[in-house]
Design a protein around this ligand. Structure first.
Ligand code: CA2
Length: 150
């Protein structure tokens, strides 16, 4: 069977993972997380491509490109754009690719401004609070979702 094509998008400041705020975001680097996701994907017959940007427009462009590349599902940690970005919402609505919103921290146990998301209500699922494992849970969830709803 053809592997599923999965795109993982990381938003602003996540390139700093492993260098600061380990109590909130863990000690793994973004490269560690990407490599472990790709390894998990291999075992689940999923081809995992990862992209990080600090720029909203670059993330919008990556979402548009995903449609052209026949991406089957998107895992996105929009970071601070979670709480602000109508542009990311519109892009995800436009491409109609199932996606899971992911957070390392439990945003609901943090400041009130992190309790709202511009994306959550149009996501297939939301996972928060499990550190880097949130991404692994999202990959398993997205693969299962694809089997059920394709
Ligand atoms: O918990 C998450 O995954 C967040 O998406 C992380 C965002 C935050 O704005 C969201 O509310 C929740 C912040 C990412 C900042 O990443 C850093 C990583 C290392 C050091 C400093 C910041």
């Amino acid at each position: 069977m053809k592997p599923l094509n999965i795109l993982v998008l990381h938003g602003p400041n996540l390139n700093l993972l492993g260098t600061r705020e380990p109590k909130t975001y863990g000690s793994e680097s973004l490269d560690d997380i990407n490599q472990s996701l790709q390894a998990l994907g291999l075992g689940l017959n999923a081809d995992v491509q990862c992209f990080q940007s600090n720029h909203e427009g670059a993330l919008v462009d990556a979402i548009h490109q995903a449609r052209l590349d026949d991406v089957d599902g998107i895992i996105i940690n929009p970071a601070a754009y979670t709480h602000t970005s109508i542009a990311l919402r519109d892009a995800l609505l436009a491409v109609q690719i199932p996606f899971i919103e992911v957070h390392l921290s439990n945003v609901h146990a943090r400041e009130a401004f992190r309790h709202t998301s511009r994306l959550a209500d149009i996501a297939s699922g939301v996972i928060a609070g499990f550190g880097s494992h949130s991404y692994h849970l999202a990959l398993r969830g997205l693969i299962q979702h694809n089997k059920e709803y394709q």
